[in-house]
Design a protein around this ligand. Structure first.
Ligand SMILES: CC(C)(COP(=O)(O)OP(=O)(O)OC[C@H]1O[C@@H](n2cnc3c(N)ncnc32)[C@H](O)[C@@H]1OP(=O)(O)O)[C@@H](O)C(=O)NCCC(=O)NCCS
Length: 187
């Protein structure tokens, strides 16, 4: 880890605006699908069919949440976890998308969903992959203490070639240490 990475991982980030998560309902799926199809998001995700989201709402191994934020706690995005029944206690942050970027909703939602993963779902390992060109998301994850694990080289096929995926994770001991330092939401 470089010195810059180390500094990013231990410096307490600014307080993000208040957000909360609630389970996604069928009636939210138009919003979810429209966010996925937004040209601002398409380069960074692989959109799902409606049926995949419907399954993610129902199947116990998944958690599908709407992110609510802003003064009126309106829907501002969504987040999906996979592996919630994993025998290895390894939960994946499958997808997180927010509509209005750069206002702290992503950081706020990440903190809430990470607490859910470790505290409510008993994760030992909380991990994700992120496209190599997605520097905004990588900066967020690194500044929230995620550790770089490696690169899945040219793992995603694009119309004009391939893109690599960066794998990052946080282990329970690291989460506990961050909490002891006051870097996590209170229990
Ligand atoms: C990635 C995403 C969820 C982050 O949410 P967000 O609300 O935009 O991010 P935040 O406002 O909480 O910013 C978090 C940090 O990202 C970094 N960041 C923000 N904009 C950035 C940019 N244009 N370039 C590099 N880093 C950036 C900053 O470090 C920022 O923290 P700071 O404001 O305290 O300095 C959101 O931008 C998004 O939905 N992107 C499209 C879909 C996507 O990429 N999902 C993740 C797939 S793994």
């Amino acid at each position: 880890m470089s010195l810059a990475d180390l500094a990013a991982s231990v410096t307490p980030p600014q307080s993000p605006p208040r957000v909360r998560l609630r389970p996604t309902m069928q009636s939210d799926l138009e919003f979810v699908l429209s966010l996925e199809q937004d040209p601002a998001n398409l380069p960074f995700i692989t959109p799902w069919e409606r049926m995949q989201h419907e399954a993610a709402i129902r199947f116990p191994d998944f958690r599908h949440f709407i992110i609510e934020g802003g003064p009126g706690l309106d829907a501002v995005g969504f987040v999906i976890l996979i592996g919630c029944r994993s025998q290895h206690l390894s939960i994946e942050l499958k997808r997180m998308v927010v509509q209005t970027k750069g206002q702290g909703f992503g950081r706020g939602a990440l903190r809430v969903v990470r607490r859910i993963a470790f505290e409510d779902l008993g994760a030992h390992r909380f991990w994700l992959d992120v496209k190599s060109r997605n520097t905004r998301a990588q900066t967020l994850y690194r500044s929230e203490g995620f550790v770089l694990e490696g690169t899945l080289r040219e793992a995603v096929k694009l119309p004009d070639g391939f893109e690599s995926l960066i794998v990052m994770s946080m282990l329970r001991a690291e989460f506990d240490a961050r909490r002891a330092q006051g870097l996590e939401l209170p229990a």
